[in-house]
Design a protein around this ligand. Structure first.
Ligand code: SF4
Length: 186
């Protein structure tokens, strides 16, 4: 008996279901697709960014590099091809018009956000981190060396990969941060 993979089964059943749902072609009328069709030009392996389960995704992209399809990676040990509905919407990360693509800054006391360049934003963040650390750094408590700052907190997310986390946690610990958290725990 010919064995088929889970992915082949899902693709086959999807095509069958689609064929059943299509309205019959009426002579004289041309059937048009309901959704715009995008040409798939690439497929990549990645990790779902929504929670700490770290499910593997296969992402299809079109000519413009935007996501046109996402499905579970059958070879990933965490989910073995399964996905929940949240991760299906991952394409919106790349196509949503609400995606924030520019740095916005709201000055202290201001009510409005203003656009800022990365060249201005990065030194501003660095300055604030340095000033806050200097102002809040504690070397000892009750005679015990602590070398910490409680004035800054750091939060990571499920989209950070191991290398991101390694660098980020090195920086956070070197600064003396204590409040270090992860999106999935709060
Ligand atoms: S597919 Fe669902 S369970 Fe898996 S990482 Fe994404 S949100 Fe979490």
């Amino acid at each position: 008996m010919r064995r088929i993979s889970r992915r082949q089964f899902l693709m086959g059943s999807g095509v069958s279901t689609g064929a059943l749902l299509l309205p019959p072609v009426v002579p004289g009328f041309q059937q048009v697709p309901t959704f715009p069709l995008h040409k798939k030009v690439g497929e990549s392996r990645t990790i779902c960014p929504y929670c700490s389960c770290g499910c593997g995704l296969l992402i299809a992209t079109d000519e413009s590099g935007h996501i046109i399809n996402s499905e579970g990676d059958p070879d990933h040990p965490n989910n073995r091809g399964a996905l929940d509905p949240k991760s299906i919407s991952v394409r919106q990360l790349s196509t949503s018009p609400h995606r924030q693509g520019k740095v916005l800054h709201r000055a202290p006391g201001a009510s409005a956000w203003e656009e800022m360049t990365w060249e201005d934003a990065i030194p501003l963040v660095a300055r604030r981190v340095k000033d806050t650390r200097d102002a809040t750094f504690e070397t000892t408590e009750d005679g015990v060396t602590v070398n910490r700052t409680n004035g800054i907190a750091f939060i990571g997310g499920a989209a950070n990969n191991d290398e991101d986390c390694y660098i980020a946690i090195k920086l956070a610990r070197a600064l003396g941060l204590v409040y270090i958290e992860h999106q999935a725990r709060i």
